[in-house]
Design a protein around this ligand. Sequence first.
Ligand code: HAM
Length: 420
Amino acid sequence: MIQLIRGFKDILPEEVELWQHIEKTARSLFEDFGFKEIRIPILEHAELFARSIGEDTDIVEKEMYTFPDGKRGLITLRPEATASVVRAYIQHSLYAKDPIQKFYTIGPMFRRERPQKGRYRQFYQINAEVFGIDSPLIDAQLIFMLVTFFSRLSVTEIETHINSLGCHKCRRDFKDALSIFLSAASEKLCADCKRRSQRNPLRVLDCKVPSCKEAMAEAPSILDYLCDECSIHFNGVKNVLEKFNIPFVIDSLLVRGLDYYTRTTFEIQTSSLGTQNAIAGGGRYDTLVKTLGGPAQPAIGFAIGFDRLVEITDLKSADLGQKPDIFLAALGEKSMSIVFEWFCAFCVDGIKAELDLNGRSLKSQMKRADRLGAEYVLIVGEKELEEGSAILRNMNTKEQAAIPIDDIVERIKKELSQKD
Ligand code: HAM
C-alpha cells in the first residue's frame, strides 16, 4: 500500500472540526481588529525567499523545496507567507490605495526539516501582517490580539517572549561585539555555527545545539546596543503590554530564524509541547518592503503554528457543535421517500440533519443516531404514516411524543429554535 510521505499528514474529518473551529476563531477576531484576508500562491520564484528570509538561514540553506520550472527558472514551495504578502503589497501597489494595510492569510507552508513531534514538512500557519505603521502601539496591539486569540481557545499555558533586534545602525555595533565574542568561543560551537559566525553571527544566537546554547549564555546582549530611537520604541512596546496586563519575558536571544527582522521580535511559547515550544512568532520587518523593490514602509506581523496549536488545544469535537440536530429514521420505502424530502428541507434551512439511506432496522438506525450524538430522532414507519403522525424522540431526556406530519418541518424547526 502506498503510504503518505514522511513529515506530511492527513487531517481526518474528526480532526478537521477542531481545525475549522480554530480557523473561525482567528477569522472572527482578526476581522474585528480590522484585518482583511489575502490569498497568495503556494509557489513563488525561489529568489523571493532568498532575498527576504536570507541566504544564510537554515530555511534557505537547507529546507526549501526548490525545483526548476522550464524557462521560469527555480521555483519554491513557500516556506512561509510573509515574503509573498510583501510581494503582493508591492506588485499590486496596495500602498498607493492606502499605505496602512492589515492582512491575514491561512494555509500550508513547506520546509524540509527533520520531522518530529510538532515539526512537519508540510505545516499550516495563520499569518497576520500590518503595513505602514511605525508606532510601538501596533507591536503591542498584535501581541494583545495573539494572547486574546489563545485565551479564546482556552490555551492558557503560554509565555510571551519579546526582544528588540534594533535597526541596521545599532545592529552593526552589536554584530562587531558578537563576532569578537564568537571567535573567542569558537571551540565550543557546532560546525554550522563556526561557519555562520563569519557570515551571519546573529544566527548563532538561536542555535539549538546544547553546547552552542551554553556558550551563548555569556554572549553580549543586543539590548545593550540599541540606539536611542530603538530603545524608545522597545520601551513603548513594553509599557503598553504592562498597561494591558500582558505578562512577558525579555529574551535577548530571541533573534528568530529569518533575517528580515528589525526592532521588536516576539514568540509565544508553551510548556506543553516539548522542544518545538513556539506556537507563534513574529516581529517587525521595517526594511523588507524596500528591499523587495517597494517604497519604504514599516511592517510587522506574526504567524501562528496551526498544527502545534491543534496539538495543545483541549477542545474535543464533541464540544464544537458538529452533531446533527435531528436524525430521521424511516421504516419502509414509502416513509423513506417522504422523509427524504423532509431531510432536504431541513438542510436547506440550516438544520443539521442525518438520514440512513440504506433502509436498515430501526434498532441500527437508533444506534447510529446515538453514535452521531443527534439531539432528536424523528421516527416514521408505515403505521405512523397511516395515522398521519411521526414520533419525535428527545435523545437527552428520552421523552418521545407523536406529532402530526402536516407542516412537520416547520413544527420541528420551531421546536429546535425554542430549545436554543
Ligand atoms: P516562523 O517562526 O518560522 O515565522 O514560524 C511561525 C510558527 O510556525 C512557529 O512558531 C511554529 O509554531 C510554526 N512552524 C514553523 N515551522 C514549523 C514546522 N516545520 N512544523 C510545524 N510548525 C512549524 C515565520 O514563518 C514568519 N513568517 C512569521 C512572521 C510573520 N513574521 C512576520 N510576519
